[in-house]
Design a protein around this ligand. Structure first.
Ligand code: HEC
Length: 131
C-alpha cells in the first residue's frame, strides 16, 4: 500500500513536467531499484548502507559519497557518473571497475537499465526530485 502510494506520487510529480511515457519509466526504474535497496539508499535522508547513498549521481565523481569507506578500486577509478558511465557499469560492475567490492552481478536488459537510470538520475544531491 505504502509502496503503491509512493509510486503514484512519483508518477504524478513526473507527469506534471514530462510525457506520460517517462512516468512509466520512472515507476519501472523504481521497481528495478529494489535490486539495489539491500545495499543502497536514495532520496531525502538517504544514508550509506553496505554501499554508498546514490543521491545526485549524475555528475558525481566515483568514490565521493561523504563518510563512505570505498575500495581503492572504486575511489581511484577516475569515473564521473553520468548516463553513459552508469549504463556501462551496471551491466557488469566488475568489468568496469575491476576490484570493486560491489557484490552485484549486473543488469543485462537495456530497457531495465534505461528505466533504472531515469529513476536514479532524477534525485539531486539532497535527495530531492529535480524539477
Ligand atoms: C550487495 C550489495 C550491493 C548491491 C545489491 C548493489 N550495490 Fe552498488 N555498491 C555496493 C558497494 C559495496 C559499493 C562500493 C564499491 C566499492 O567501494 O568498491 C557500490 C557502489 C555503487 C556505485 C558507485 C558509487 C560511487 O559513489 O562511486 C553505484 C553507481 C552503484 N553501486 C549502483 C548500484 C545500483 C544501481 C544497484 C542496483 C541495480 C546496485 N548498486 C546494487 C553494493 C551493492
Amino acid at each position: 500500500m505504502t509502496k503503491l502510494t509512493f509510486a503514484a506520487l512519483v508518477a504524478l510529480t513526473v507527469t506534471a513536467t514530462a510525457p506520460a511515457a517517462m512516468a512509466q519509466d520512472v515507476a519501472a526504474g523504481k521497481t528495478s531499484f529494489n535490486k539495489c535497496l539491500a545495499c543502497h539508499a536514495i532520496g531525502e535522508g538517504a544514508k550509506n548502507k553496505v554501499g554508498p547513498e546514490l543521491n545526485g549521481i549524475n555528475g558525481r565523481k566515483s568514490g565521493s559519497a561523504p563518510d563512505y569507506s570505498y575500495s581503492d578500486a572504486n575511489k581511484n577509478s577516475g569515473i564521473t557518473w553520468d548516463e553513459a558511465t552508469f549504463k556501462e557499469y551496471i551491466k557488469d560492475p566488475k568489468a568496469k571497475i575491476p576490484g570493486t567490492k560491489m557484490a552485484f552481478a549486473g543488469i543485462k536488459n537495456e530497457t531495465e537499465i534505461n528505466n533504472l537510470w531515469t529513476f536514479i538520475s532524477q534525485f539531486d544531491k539532497d535527495g530531492k526530485i529535480k524539477q
